[in-house]
Ligand binder design. Sequence first.
Ligand code: NAD
Length: 255
Amino acid sequence: MTQKEFAGRTALVTGGSRGIGRAICVRLARAGAWVAVNYAANPDAAAETLELITAEGGSGGLFQADVSSFEATGAMYDAIEAERGTVDLLVTNAGIASFDDNADMNADVWRQILSVNLDGTFHSVWRAKERMLAQEYGRIVCISSINGIAPSRIRRDRLIAYGTSKSAVISFARSCAMALGPAIRVNCVAPGLIDTDMTKDMSEEMRERIIASTPAGRTGKPEDVAELTYFLLSDAADFVTGQTYVTSGGLVTLP
Ligand code: NAD
């Protein structure tokens, strides 16, 4: 039998209890990684992710932490390292969004979104990097968004804080790729509209407008993001670092 790509590797996926994070956990488990499923507040949902991992013939563990806290993120790493040693593969996926009108945005909403999406990414990468550097191996994918590449023209009255946080994630990942290579590769995935709990309350009219502007003619699935994330973590992407890859069915195209 051929060896699985990530056999013997430990992966951490933040926000792994549902949606895109869950699909990534399952994909990495299928590739042989032992998967640390981070969750913030819903152990039952995280346990369902672990069941899906087990159904793939994989294994992993559940690790609670609010990644907007550096201390809590550090304690989570302590627990993973005590059980498994170094985190080899990191996916910073935990994120929140506000789809309220920008007129309703205030300093509290701004801080909340930046603290999870940007600070949370920083906390996870910063805690991971020393041990990755010491072992001269680390692979990181940060989940950004097409809103981090360009502000939405379809929903241009919304998403200022979210778009800002996701642009900053791209910039952070690029800087980390420069600073941490060659031992560590760091890339971003920027999804378009993906059907998850985050986007389920979108109006049908808005969804149809987005699909009408999407060459692929559909919204995305969490698995679309998981496949790209898997690729960027794999050895097939060994010469790829500091990049942002869009998975949006063509809704957004990079020059
Ligand atoms: P989701 O709301 O279903 O999942 C987000 C996950 O992050 C949840 O498991 C949640 O518990 C976790 N999380 C939130 N705050 C956290 C915290 N402080 N600490 C730890 N975990 C926390 O949303 P999703 O659509 O699966 O989104 C996953 C990622 O993909 C997010 O970063 C999101 O911004 C990004 N994204 C989503 C879409 C989309 O259309 N769904 C598009 C572009 C980017």
